[in-house]
Unconditional design. Structure first.
Length: 185
């Protein structure tokens, strides 16, 4: 007897699209923003990474739809596999205006931003508190090196099986503004 199963390959889960809840401040994006506030510079790119994030509440709705989506004989007998990234990716630069405005942070290229972190060769506890991206320095260095680049996720199957996925909008500056309000950095 075969037990139906589903595999979700999920990209970056963003904060909520609703005003309820909050994106975990310990994750890399909030850490980048809090650090940018302290440094008064914000990266204008993410080392070539695109923003193909899905908000947590949209992701939950998509997953529920996919659980109940009918399977076709063409799917075969193995598990159904769905790639869950935003099918309408955008550039990070389209999200930085609210960050610049709120924190008076000057835009710099990503490698310059990482270099500013690397200048803290012996960070204090206060440095880690105000610049939490220091804890993730290796990760940010790898973004700058292009180590995050891989084969793009194919979302056709997920879009065919989920109305929510088909109607998903790009992350935008209004969402960034909302997350900034929720974090209160």
């Amino acid at each position: 007897m075969e037990i139906p199963s589903t595999i979700y390959r999920v990209g970056q889960i963003a904060g909520p699209s609703s005003k309820e809840g909050q994106w975990n401040t310990q994750e890399w994006v909030p850490s980048l923003i809090k650090t940018s506030k302290a440094l008064q510079v914000v990266p204008q790119d993410l080392g070539g990474m695109v923003v193909d994030w899905i908000t947590v509440d949209n992701l939950a709705r998509i997953m529920v739809e996919l659980i109940y989506a009918p399977r076709s004989p063409a799917d075969g007998t193995g598990p159904a596999v769905f790639h869950l990234v935003n099918p309408s990716p955008i550039e990070w630069s389209s999200l930085i205006h609210p960050i610049q405005k709120r924190y008076e942070a000057m835009p710099v290229d990503f490698k310059t931003w990482v270099k500013a972190l690397e200048n803290f060769s012996d960070p204090t506890e206060e440095d880690f508190q105000n610049k939490p991206a220091l804890k993730l320095l290796d990760f940010f260095q790898s973004l700058g090196d292009g180590d995050h680049m891989g084969v793009p996720f194919e979302t056709i199957r997920a879009r065919e099986s989920s109305h929510e996925m088909r109607s998903l909008e790009s992350i935008n500056a209004a969402l960034m503004e909302q997350w900034l309000n929720q974090w209160c950095f």
